[in-house]
Write a protein that binds this ligand. Structure first.
Ligand SMILES: [Zn+2]
Length: 580
């Protein structure tokens, strides 16, 4: 165990009370101070990290040239094998502007302080969801550069592996490409749509009027929901006649680099799985609720679909894994206990049926997951393979009567306890990473996703430190990390240039498709490689972007959104008028 302690008192005392592994700066030519290179909200906590010794620093307003803050630095010292790490606190810089931290000859990259700093990132990350659309041509202009491809995978998909007839097709077009590859996996698709619709349910007042330039813009449905609808319409096609839900549509092997409309390999339906079926119930039930005020027919269709698949699951209580031996692509193999919990939670929240509530509560009380053998009902570390938090949080936030008071209390306490662990981990970490020192495939997605844990705790307690930790997550992803770089293509300082993304690696553009969060370093915090072949740390994926959408949705500023994105929207509109 290594201990950090404070050697120097800083303007705002930071208590660093327990273990943290120092992350050495990965590249010596980085700026000396690593911070959020996208920017900070005016009233937020603002911290930077330096790996070299700093005594005092100043913050300079780059417009006026004036110093606006002088500060001293806290030195966080790792014992034995760890390196000294220095923390800078410039929270007092709360006037809108563009600044730089300086000390001696060194400094940070410039950073912005503004109430709209997350508007452009939100626009880009939602644009990235649009650009992931399958089955349709896409075209968007971001920062003056155009990204486009023709309609792809219009033959989705063949029935050979679900009993035929061999060489025959059924409509499975649409949806979002899953990740660096172009296949479509129901479990991850429903999970990602669930993250977005949950963002809608938590932040709809911020999201309802945002213009996102999707082809459906101008209809009566908010653009945010128009984008999610593209995925939902595909998911509906994944339901079989008996209510079971196909696990995936995929080529048999991964294809090479290139734009999706150039991929001509046949793609096939796989057999159903109980996890896919349960996730389908959940997302259809949630969709029925969310879309009811905008499109009643669609809402009704979703509810009918959800009930049909829920009934199927009731008569198939085994964890049914499909035979995927024909496919050498993504498997998304998972136990269905968390998926069934999510299904029951969303179906109850939409219908109020008591038997479904009892099903949900039984699962919350007894959930024992392969990946989370915890007695807690809430997870700090979660993703598509364990998504019970989506169900547990819907249950907790419900206004419906009839819940078991003891279970509600247990979930509430667990939510706060887990959020405390996350917020404490951020305080202990040299780069205030709320996920602490866990690094694995896709861990950047988890850093973004934990903002949901923190937001629920914030709703329950109104304690600002949960909100601070949510911003710590964004700070980390946008540059306050061992690289001093943004992990999101097209955003912030030195973002990834070579993501593992078949479009970026195979298209004619010399810059990657923007708005995508890459998976991040593992097994060590300095193991990220910005290399198109390095799928283990540099791939993109809809479930990571879906988590980032949630994190950004909490801070997007609707009143300044039009102004923040006006130029991009005009360009996009001009392009789309002739292109679409
Ligand atoms: Zn496609």
């Amino acid at each position: 165990m290594r201990w950090f302690f404070i050697l120097t008192i800083v303007p705002v005392l930071v208590v660093v009370d327990s273990l943290a592994v120092a992350e050495p700066a990965a590249q010596i030519d980085d700026p000396a101070v690593h911070l959020n290179t996208v920017g900070y909200l005016p009233e937020s906590r603002k911290l930077g990290t330096a790996a070299t010794k700093i005594e005092d620093f100043v913050v300079r307003d780059l417009k006026t040239g004036k110093q606006v803050l002088q500060g001293s630095t806290s030195q966080l010292v790792a014992g034995s094998a760890g390196q000294p790490i220095y923390q800078l606190d410039f929270s007092a810089v709360n006037r809108e502007g563009t600044y730089r931290i300086e000390f001696g000859e060194q400094g940070s990259s410039e950073f912005h302080v503004a109430k709209d700093v997350y508007n452009w990132p939100f626009y880009c990350v939602m644009r990235a969801m649009y650009l992931s659309r399958c089955g349709i041509e896409v075209s968007a202009v971001i920062d003056g550069k155009r990204f486009e491809h023709g309609a792809c995978h219009t033959e989705d998909a063949y029935l050979d592996f679900i009993g035929g007839p061999v060489g025959k097709r059924k409509d499975g077009t649409g949806g979002w490409h899953d990740a660096g590859d172009y296949n479509k996996y129901t479990v991850n698709a429903a999970f990602t749509a669930g993250m977005l619709l949950t963002a809608w349910e938590h932040f709809h007042e911020r999201l309802a009027k945002l213009k996102l330039d999707v082809p459906e813009s101008g209809n009566r449905i908010p653009d945010f929901l128009n984008e999610v609808r593209w995925e939902l319409d595909w998911l509906i096609k994944m339901q079989a006649g008996d209510g079971s839900v196909y696990h995936l549509i995929s080529t048999r092997d991964f294809g090479g680099y290139g734009l999706p409309d150039k991929e001509k390999e046949r793609r096939y339906f796989s057999h159903w799985s109980s996890a896919a079926t349960a996730n389908f119930v959940a997302i259809m039930a949630q969709s029925s609720r969310v879309y009811q005020e905008f499109d009643k027919d669609f809402s009704d269709r979703c509810l009918i679909a959800a009930k049909k698949s829920y009934a199927f699951l009731q008569s198939h209580d085994e964890n049914h894994r499909p035979d995927l031996s024909a496919f050498h692509t993504g498997q998304y193999d998972t136990h269905d206990s968390d998926d069934r919990l999510w299904a029951a939670a969303e179906l109850w929240e939409t219908t109020g049926v008591e038997s479904v509530l009892r099903d949900c509560e039984k699962r919350i009380n007894s959930a024992k997951l392969d990946s989370a053998p915890s007695s807690l009902t809430v997870d700090a570390d979660w993703d598509w393979s364990n998504l019970r938090n989506l169900g547990v949080f819907s249950y907790l936030r419900s206004k419906r009567p009839g819940r078991d008071a003891a279970i509600v209390t247990r979930v509430r306490n667990d939510t706060v306890r887990v959020a405390d662990e996350i917020a404490d981990a951020a305080v202990r970490h040299p780069y205030s990473r709320p996920f602490g020192n866990k690094y694995y495939w896709g861990c950047n997605g988890t850093v973004a996703r934990q903002t949901m844990n923190l937001n629920i705790a914030y709703e329950l307690t109104n304690d600002r430190r949960y909100r601070d930790a949510m911003l710590d997550a964004l700070n980390h992803l946008f540059g306050r990390n061992s690289y001093g770089r943004s992990y999101v293509t097209g955003l912030g300082r030195r973002p990834p240039l070579f993501p593992h993304d078949r479009r970026s690696a195979g298209g004619k553009v010399d810059n990657p498709w923007p708005g995508y969060l890459v998976g991040g370093p593992w097994p060590k915090p300095t193991d990220w490689l910005d290399d198109k072949d390095n799928y283990k740390t540099n791939e993109i994926a809809i479930n990571w972007n879906g988590a980032l959408v949630y994190a950004l949705a909490a801070f997007v500023d609707p009143l300044s959104f039009d102004a923040s994105t006006r130029e991009a929207r005009n360009l996009a509109k001009g392009e789309s008028a002739t292109e679409r």
